[in-house]
Ligand binder design. Structure first.
Ligand code: PNS
Length: 158
């Protein structure tokens, strides 16, 4: 069984993330969506909410597991016997940080490979930060996040 990890802050998950996770689930037997607790980063949604949104979205998909983690990613990967980290790449601006993280993770555990998937063009501009900013100023985020999150965002910024 090939297990792959899709790690992120998911604050909140966007249709861009979902696109990558679904495409990855067509390639590997099991996908672990690893939600980083991020204790040093201020997040809009609590770790419980970030996990809940993803669980609710993928509840009908048995091969997608959702878990929070507050350790090194390589440690979390070992726990699940995962050998692959999946990351989405939107533009060259993502490359530098992603390249650094892939190198560090490989240094920490050489048995782990990071595989990059290109964002689908319609989501190439999408990020959780942009979603939060649009919602904050009353813009429309329908079709950019699951419906449940759209409602929660509206409630946060009334
Ligand atoms: O969605 P993000 O914020 O780009 O995700 C970044 C994340 C959570 C994947 C990354 O910060 C991470 O792996 N954190 C866990 C701690 C860790 O392993 N750090 C060393 C590798 S850079």
């Amino acid at each position: 069984m090939t297990v792959a990890i899709c790690p992120g802050s998911y604050d909140p998950i966007t249709m861009g993330h979902i696109d990558i996770i679904e495409r990855a689930s067509n390639l590997y037997d099991r996908i672990i969506v690893a939600v980083a607790t991020q204790p040093r980063k201020e997040t809009l949604f609590s770790i419980e909410d970030r996990v809940k949104f993803i669980l609710n979205y993928f509840k009908k998909n048995d091969c997608i597991i959702v878990e929070s983690f507050d350790t090194l990613l390589v440690k979390f990967a070992k726990k699940y016997k995962a050998k692959i980290i999946i990351k989405g790449l939107r533009a060259v601006t993502d490359f530098e940080t992603e390249f650094q993280m892939a190198q560090l993770n490989h240094e920490l555990d050489p048995s782990l490979e990071t595989i990059f998937m290109m964002a689908s063009p319609k989501y190439a501009y999408l990020s959780s930060s942009a979603i939060k900013e649009i919602a904050q100023y009353g813009g429309n985020v329908k079709d950019l996040v699951p419906q449940e999150i759209e409602k929660e965002l509206m409630a946060k910024f009334v």
